[in-house]
Structure formats: structure tokens, C-alpha cells
Design a protein around this ligand. Structure first.
Ligand SMILES: *Cc1c(COP(=O)(O)O)cnc(C)c1O
Length: 219
């Protein structure tokens, strides 16, 4: 079942990728936040390696329970400052959700102490929905440059956004297009994380090269 879901999603990603550009390389992060280590293991055996969690406790528990598998973990949720140490101890591949300047400074400080460099994305609240975290689109370049300049233990790789929560595909499309334009202005940015189960094809059509898919994989 999960194996078939993966096959279907990979085929849909491939179709959207070819429609965008045959030169594009797209990474799939399986969002396992509502799912058990048993289901993650099943998806691993079907070929999936990258998994995303939105709570530090869950990422820690699952990555420890599955330490025997060569998985890479992505953190995609709101990061509280008192959870930074626990998260860094799990050696996450990428933190997608750097959503404020104080968080950047705090994260940088922890990394500096540990002598590590952490890959991160700036989270952009492109839909301007109050429920969502992140920097406003208009400030993304300035904040990006400021963090690059002041946080030498963080390696900024690009942007992450969550598509607008609407059925109106035109609005979702325009929101992703705006984030892509902002992404293209950033120096040395190579990861554009956008697209979930309901909108990943629209995200890929707008240049996303990392999609975060949960429900469509694990259903
Ligand atoms: C839950 C979540 C996803 C995956 O959502 P689905 O609709 O289940 O594919 C992607 N990104 C973030 C930040 C999430 O919290």
C-alpha cells in the first residue's frame, strides 16, 4: 500500500518535473509527523530515505528508534528556543523553518558552541495568513543577507513556504511564483522547499526543487 503510494507520487513528481524542465532535480521529503516508526520503516524499504517531522520530540524519538536505518531527517515545524539543543543532537540534514531573527541568532549560538555548521532555510509566510510563521516576502532578501552576515554557523540554503490554504489554484500558483522570484534573488541559494500533498504539482511548476509530502504517501 505505502509502496504503491510512493510509486504513484514519484510518477506524479516526475511528470511535473519534465513539464517544468528536464534539467530540474527534485527531492522528496516524506512527512511522517502523523505516522509510526513501523510505517516509516515500510517507506524506507520501498526506497525512501528523507523524512520530515514538525515536532522536536517526535524527530528525536523516531530518529533514535530508527537509528539502524540510514535515514536523513528534516525539521519542518516551529522551533522553540528551548528545543534547539535536542534538535541539533539528532544531526538534522536541514532545518526548513527558520522563521525569525531571534531564532536565527539563538540557533547560530548553539551551533557555534558545538563547532558545527547547520543547513537552514528561511521560512516565508507568502500567503500572509496569521496562522503561519515566517518572514514576510518583502523582507526575505534583507533578512537572508543579514543572517548570512551575522550567523556564520548557519549555512542558508534557500527558502521554504507553505502554500495558501485555499481551493483556488490560481491563488496558490501566484503565491508560489512570488516565492520563486524572491528565491532567484538570493545569493548561493539552491533549495526551494514548497509543495505538499495537495499542491506539489503547482509548486514544481513554479520551480520548487524539494517537496514535502505526508498524507498522500501514508494514506
Ligand atoms: C504536515 C506538513 C507537510 C505535509 O503535508 P501533507 O498535506 O500531509 O502532505 C508539509 N510541510 C509542513 C511544514 C507540514 O507541517
Amino acid at each position: 500500500m505505502i509502496k504503491q503510494n510512493l510509486t504513484n507520487i514519484v510518477a506524479r513528481i516526475e511528470q511535473a518535473r519534465l513539464a517544468y524542465s528536464s534539467h530540474q532535480i527534485i527531492k522528496l521529503v516524506a512527512v511522517s509527523k502523523y505516522h509510526t516508526t513501523q510505517e516509516i520503516s515500510e517507506l524506507y524499504h520501498a526506497g525512501q530515505r528523507a523524512f520530515g517531522e514538525n515536532k522536536v520530540q517526535d524527530l528525536c524519538a523516531k530518529s533514535q528508534a530508527l537509528a539502524h536505518l540510514p535515514l536523513e531527517w528534516h525539521f519542518i515545524g516551529t522551533l522553540q528556543k528551548n528545543k534547539i539543543s535536542a534538535l541539533l543532537a539528532m544531526n538534522p540534514m536541514l532545518i526548513h523553518s527558520l522563521d525569525s531573527m531571534p531564532l536565527a541568532l539563538a540557533l547560530n549560538k548553539h551551533c557555534q558552541k558545538l563547532g558545527i555548521t547547520q543547513d537552514v532555510l528561511l521560512q516565508i509566510n507568502a500567503s500572509n495568513e496569521d496562522s503561519k510563521h515566517g518572514f514576510v516576502l518583502e523582507s526575505s532578501l534583507e533578512m537572508y543577507l543579514q543572517i548570512q552576515e551575522t550567523c556564520h554557523s548557519l549555512c542558508l540554503r534557500g527558502l521554504m513556504t507553505i502554500g495558501k490554504n485555499t481551493q483556488n489554484t490560481k491563488e496558490i500558483d501566484s503565491c508560489f511564483a512570488q516565492v520563486k522570484r524572491a528565491f532567484d534573488m538570493l545569493p548561493q541559494a539552491d533549495i526551494l522547499s514548497m509543495g505538499m500533498s495537495s499542491d506539489f504539482e503547482i509548486a514544481i511548476a513554479n520551480g520548487a526543487n524539494l517537496v514535502r509530502i505526508g498524507s498522500a504517501l501514508f494514506q
